[in-house]
Each structure stands twice: as C-alpha cells, then as structure tokens.
Design a protein around this ligand. Structure first.
Ligand SMILES: *[C@@H]1O[C@H](CO)[C@@H](O)[C@H](O)[C@H]1NC(C)=O
Ligand SMILES: *[C@@H]1O[C@H](CO)[C@@H](O)[C@H](O)[C@H]1NC(C)=O
Ligand SMILES: *[C@@H]1O[C@H](CO)[C@@H](O)[C@H](O)[C@H]1NC(C)=O
Length: 401
C-alpha cells in the first residue's frame, strides 16, 4: 500500500515536471490577476509594510518586507525551498509574521533569489539569461543573507538581529556561518524550524524522489528548463484547478502530495485552506538548487555543489566537493522539530545537533503530528509553535551593549 502511494506520487511528480517543461515550450504562461501579495495581506491584518530592494554582491535584486515594531531588535524570517515570504503570512491572524508584528517585534521577511518577489538582477534577465538560474542554496547563504542582514542592521542601526528559518530557510544560515564566519557575530539566535541540513534518513517518499532526481534533472536540462515551479508557468492554473476541486482536490493535493512529502496532519491543514495555499505555493527556484539538495541527500554529507571532478578541482582544489564546516557555525541555534516530519527525521536533527557547536535549544514539539507543513501553515501554530519562538526571542533577542 505504502509503496503504491509512493510510486503514484513519484509518477505524479514526474508527469508534473514533464508537463511543465512541455507547456513552457509550447505556450508561455499568461500572467493572470494574482492573489493579494505580502504587503496587501499585511494591510488586511492591520499592518503597513515597507518594501525594500536589496542588491547582492553578484547583482541579484532581492525584496525585503518590513513591518516596523517598537522592540528595537530586528527579527528576520527566511522561507524554504520553492517558497517565498508569503508563507509566513497566508495564515493571517494565525500566521507568524502577523503574530510577531502584533507583539511589537521589528519584523523583516526576506525572499531568496529566484523566488516570486526576488526574480530580478541588475544585468541578467531571468526570462532570457540561463546564467541567472546558475545558483543553489549555497548562493542564498553566501550572497543573499549577507546583503539582507547588512541592509537591516544598517537601516535599524543595530549590531545584531535574530533569525527564524523554515526548512531551507535555515540551511542557508549554516552556509553563511561556515563560509563567512564573521556573520556569526551578527546573529543573536537563529531559530531553525523543521531544520534541514543533513538528509540522510528521509521518509520513503522523499527517498524515492531523491532516487529519481538524476532522471528528473536530466529531463529538465534536456528541455532547457532552468527555472522550476515559476509563477508564470501554465502549470500553475492546472495545479490550482486540480487542488480546488471539492473532496477530490484535497485527496490528490493534500493527501497525495503535501502530506506524503511533509507528513500528514489533516486537522491542521483543513480542506478550506488548501486553495489559499496553492495560490501562493509553490514559488520558483532553480533546477540547480533542487539538484544541490539531492546531491546532499545522495552523498549523506552537507557538501558544496558537485560540478564534476574537473571543475571541482578548479573551484575547491579537490575532485570531491568540499564539506561545509559546521564547526564554524558559532551563532546560537535553536532547533525546533516534530516527530511527524517526512523531510526532517529525528536522526538527522540529532546529527545536526552533534555537528553544530552552539545549539542552545533542542526541542521536539509536543504536538504529536507536528510536520514540515504545520511549521508555517498549521491552523493552531499559536498554540503549539509560537510559544516556543517567543520564549527563545525573549531570552536571546536582546539589545547588544
Ligand atoms: C503588492 O501589491 C500592491 C498593490 O496592492 C502594489 O502596490 C505593490 O507594489 C505590490 N508589492 C510587491 C512586492 O509586489
Ligand atoms: C511573470 O511574467 C511577467 C511578464 O512577463 C514578468 O514581469 C514577471 O516578472 C514574471 N513573474 C514571475 C514570478 O515569473
Ligand atoms: C591545493 O591542494 C594541494 C594538494 O593537496 C595543496 O598543496 C595546495 O596548497 C592547495 N592549494 C590551495 C590554493 O589551497
């Protein structure tokens, strides 16, 4: 039974990828009137947002959202893979962004390169230049985070900020801390929710996707598809149409895809909420980012991107890609995780804890079904997740003297 479901999911995913590639070759998706963006959502819940463009050292233009708060210490939220800052606000009054803002925190939400709001560059055109898509989470950690952190610290005249990362939104902080150790000093605490770093012991579904990843990648490469899950792809109306079907849509999109991948907790992601999720999720990233994640999983090591022996030798001075030195990640890290997460296994979180030198909180969520999805979209995050976050912020998000 389980294996049938896995094969079904894998086939579904594969078809989705292929459809996406083919459709893009035939017709370019036509942008429709989108849903409310981050700024409009925040204003619906009583907060006004300042929008900033931040330019990285390598020319990517990133969007930062800011809801000013009376507490002086900034808190930066970073989303996961194929996601955007929207993820932290679509639950409205029950969302992390709005709850932090209501509590007076100085809330900043970043957007990684390639995602919905950060699909711009000073010279490259993401619609035309393949080179734009030549990045993985490595570059988000090495370039995007320093640019956003320095911008925020400069703007607020603070020396440190705190960060909250979901999924790949915390992986990038390990890249930052290990490749640019001076940035460890700029972080009060990094709260890692559903922390992804090692992917050595994932669920069978994820394992299947990892096994299929070289095949998926070569199909995408064959179609010249460097961007995956873009908003403008004609796949999006298809996803929305399927997922919005009564009963049937929830069975396919929630039970058949989201729960199978992230862990199942139907009470926390109810049927009425699914159409809202698919308005905002997924958001685009690069083929290379997905491939890098798969490489980390296949090698069972937190390694840099593998370009093949010759280019590795040029870049890393070894034929094998170098490992990120987690020993250099000296910032305080709080690990918050659940026992029902299809992507992040308890074994992998334990391994991460052993490799990081400064883990100040290591906590399994009491909510038994806490999974990868509840961490951002759960109906009752205010009950089972936010108290932990506030406790950590109260303790560590304090002005530096
Ligand atoms: C969000 O939407 C508003 C209009 O509702 C628009 O003025 C603003 O530029 C949009 N911001 C972004 C980042 O897309
Ligand atoms: C969608 O297409 C429009 C028009 O070509 C473009 O301006 C916009 O940046 C695209 N957005 C995304 C997320 O692909
Ligand atoms: C590259 O590796 C060789 C042999 O391991 C070593 O002698 C050399 O110093 C390294 N070069 C750099 C730039 O790290």
């Amino acid at each position: 039974m389980e294996s049938c479901r896995i094969i079904a999911a894998a086939v579904l995913f594969f078809s989705v990828y292929v459809i996406q590639c083919r459709q893009n070759l035939v017709v370019r998706g036509v942008p429709e009137d989108g849903p409310l963006n981050f700024t409009a959502l925040a204003s619906k819940y009583g907060h006004s947002v300042e929008e900033y463009d931040v330019v990285t050292e390598d020319g990517y233009i990133l969007k930062l959202f800011h809801i000013p708060g009376y507490r002086s210490q900034p808190v930066l939220l970073m989303h996961g893979i194929i996601d955007s800052a929207d993820t932290f606000i679509i639950r409205g009054e029950g969302s992390l962004a709005i709850t932090l803002a209501n509590e007076g925190y100085d809330m900043w939400a970043g957007n990684s390169r390639g995602s919905r709001y950060s699909r711009r560059h000073i010279t490259l055109d993401p619609d035309v230049d393949k080179k734009y898509w030549d990045f993985s989470f490595h570059d988000s950690g090495y370039y995007d985070l320093p640019a956003m952190i320095d911008f925020i610290l400069d703007k607020t005249a603070q020396r440190k900020l705190s960060a909250i990362g979901h999924s790949q939104g915390n992986t990038i902080f390990y890249v930052l801390g290990s490749t640019r150790p001076e940035y460890n000093e700029k972080i009060n605490v990094m709260i890692a929710i559903s922390p992804v770093c090692f992917i050595n012991n994932p669920s069978p579904t994820i394992q299947t996707l990892i096994t299929l990843s070289p095949l998926i990648d070569s199909v995408l490469e064959g179609f010249g598809q460097e961007e995956v899950f873009n908003d403008n792809s004609s796949l999006r109306p298809l996803i929305k149409a399927i997922c919005a079907q009564k009963n049937f849509g929830y069975a396919i999109c929630a039970h058949g895809v989201l729960f199978l991948i992230g862990g199942s907790d139907p009470e926390e992601m109810e049927e009425d909420f699914l159409p809202i999720v698919v308005e905002y999720y997924p958001s685009g990233t690069s083929r290379k980012n997905s491939l890098h994640v798969a490489q980390v999983a296949v090698r069972k090591k937190f390694v840099q991107f593998d370009y093949g022996a010759r280019k590795n030798l040029d870049l890393y001075n070894t034929t094998y890609p170098s490992k990120y030195d987690l020993g250099k990640v000296t910032m305080r890290v709080a690990l918050l995780f659940g026992s029902n997460d299809g992507i992040v296994s308890l074994k992998d979180v334990r391994l991460l804890r052993r490799n990081l030198p400064n883990v100040v909180v290591y906590r399994m969520m009491e909510h038994k079904k806490f999974n990868h999805i509840d961490a951002v979209w759960g109906r009752n995050m205010k009950k089972y997740l936010f108290p932990h976050i506030f406790e950590i912020l109260e303790k560590y998000n304090t002005p530096v003297r």
